[in-house]
Structure formats: structure tokens, C-alpha cells
Design a protein around this ligand. Sequence first.
Ligand code: BGC
Length: 434
Amino acid sequence: MISSTPTHFPADFVWGTATAAYQIEGAAAEDGRAPSIWDTKCLRPGIKNNDSGERACDHYHRYKEDVAIMHSLHLNAYRFSLSWSRIIPDGEGALNPKGVDFYNRLIDELLASNITPWVTCYHWDLPQALEDKYGGWKSKEVAKRLGDFAHRVAELYSDRVKNWITTNEIHVFTMGQPLQIVHNALLGHGHALAGLRAGAKQPLNAGFAEALWSEHPVYDTPEHIAAASRAFKYSNARITFPIFEGKYSDEYFEQYHENLPEYTDDEMKLIGAPVDFAGYNIYSGSVVRAANNARGYEIIDFPAGYPKNQLGWNIAPRSIYSLIKHSHDHFGDVPVYITENGMPANDKEQRNGEVLDIDRIEFLREHLAHVQRAYADGLPIKGYFHWSFMDNFEWMEGYSARFGLVRTNYRTMARTVKLSGKYYAEVIKAGRVL
Ligand code: BGC
């Protein structure tokens, strides 16, 4: 029996893995699915090895096998996203019954295996038809269409699905874009949240999944802790603070003076509507110390030779603790779920097919230890989803970056649980970091 002593996680802790539709499903042109902007992007050069999500992990046909593996790993939750253009090929208007049915089958399979579905409405694969008609996120119309989509899918699935995520990482899919596009995407979150609640068949647990900057103090003294907290408020002024505060903050206007977005009070109300939880995706972080400058902090660069993952991202497990702490200090008691955390690695298959990814185990162990520390400190951390369940289509990196707890053999489509997957399963079983 798992007890809630400080070295353990609570018995009701949510243990999951995460994926996204375009990254795993494949069956891109099957059963009435229409292209998304990612299908289009993959036709052009730019993606490593000219890979595309056309077949991906063939999860569309192999979902039963995948759910069975999840069950064998003791996962009690699974976060996945809906392919909008599979369910509504034009992005607006008529439903595609076969697309609707796929997710019915997936949800039922999960529930039959005691795995709670966590559904993301928008994980970057905008229907191409909406890009063509409205110019994508340049238009506030697309934000409204996302609201309509969320309303429809809540009507379709919320009899069985309680946990919903509006948008995945506005920070990433609007990167380098004008502030107006960021604002429109925030509006997309707002409309999606309202749409979900309007279509809900039961009280929902609804929130967002966002990639935040997470600064941790160089060491835990009051002055550096305060410096990291100030840094957090600056670096997340564009996306997460507006969601919690329903306005753009002083720190926002201090950083941005030109090309500010156009918006109304009603839009800010929609963006700032209460969420039931905050979902945070975290892969790295930065280190901060107090400084005698206007902002009162400075970021310390990672020295050459600091441990990095396969894609060169600094490994910074303490920032997962800081993220949970910052969230509590700035946004109060809102429940926090780590909706993504993981690393790409140079996995090698042994002759017998095993993958002995002790680098990923170490990463997982360190991060979970900091999540556990947050829980022991009384912070409102409720669950952890590892990115990813299986190796999959890693956007611009194609299939070259493997993030899975389960290896995907892209030739045979065989799945093999890596040593890290076995480790995670044991942690879940024990309810503590091993
Ligand atoms: C995204 C995932 C992606 C992962 C690793 C996040 O930015 O939500 O879709 O695969 O990070 O890069």
C-alpha cells in the first residue's frame, strides 16, 4: 500500500505519458482525414531527412497494442491530442464520422484498461483549410473556430473524458511571430476553454499545457530565490501571466513597446477565465542570481561542457521544482500537472533488441526527485506525464530524435519497452523515486 509520507507520492498521483496526433497517428489520408498545416510543411524541404508524419508510428492502426503496453507499464493516465482535420476535415462545418469514431475507440480502449484519458484539443496541426481561408493564427476567426471545435469534441467525448487541455505550447507555435499572433493564440485558448465548458456532459477538469521559462536560483538563499521569482514574471509575461491575470502585466509593457496587439476587454476576460489546472511542459531551464540592475536579477550562462541532451538542450532538473514553486507563488493554489518532460537520446538497440537508456533513467530519476520534493513541500503538484510514450515524429527533427519510453522500429513498426520504460513502471508501482 502506498502511503503519503514525504518520500512517497500520494496514492492518487497522476502518472502518465504524452503524445500528439500528428506525431504518432499516421494514416494521414485515411478515412476522410484532410491535411493539416503540418502535412503541407512536410511536403517542403526543411525537415530532417525529408521525414513526414504520413505514417508516423501507425498508431491509428496499432492503438490497441499501444494501450496494452501503457497498461503493462502501470500508467494511470495518457495525454494525447485530437487531429482536428480528422474530426472536421475543413476545420469548420461537417464532422467526419470515421474520424470521430477513431477517438471513440481509443477512449474506450483506455477506459477498459483503467487509463484516464487527458485530451488536448490543439497540438499544432491546424487544418490546412483554415490556414487557406483565414491565414491561420493571423486571424481571430481561427481562435473562434477552435472554440467551436472544442465545443463539438466536448459534446462527442466528455461523457467519458473529464480532463481537457485547450492548447499546447502557444509559446512554441507562435515563436518569433508578432505579438498579435500570440494574442490570437491566447484567444484560441480562451474560446476553447469556453467551448469545452459549453459542450461538457459532466463537470470538466480543463486547463492548458504551456512551455514556460523556468529560472532556478543559483542556490537557495532568499536573495537568489527572490531573483528567480522576478525573472519568472518577466520571461512568462507574454503567455501564462495573461491567462492567470486576465491582463497584460507591467512586465509585459516594459519589454514590449512596439507592434503591441489589438484587443478588447472582453477578449482579456475570455483569456483570463479560470482554469481548473495549469499544465506545464518542461525540458530545460536557466539559472539566475540576484543582481544590482533594474530588474534585480541576471541569467548565468551555462558553461561549455555542461551536460546536454542529444539536441543540445541543457539538462536542468532543479527547474522542474522551481516551476512548480513559481506557479504556486504567482498563481496560487491552482493544481499543477507536468504535462510534458523528457529527453531525446542516442538510443542504441542491443543485439537482443533491448535499449539500455541509462541516460534517460538518470534524467527521469532526477526530475522525479524534484517533483517529489515539491510535493513534500506542500506544493499543489498532482501529476506527471513523460514525453513521450514512444519514439515519434519530432517535428523539424523528423524521426532522428527519439524521446520515447518505448522504442519504435520505423521499419517493422515493432514497439520495444526501453529500460527507462521499465524503470518508470517500477516507480509508479512503488509510488516513490527509485
Ligand atoms: C511539444 C512536443 C515535442 C516536444 C519535444 C514540446 O515542445 O509539445 O510536441 O515533441 O516538446 O520537442
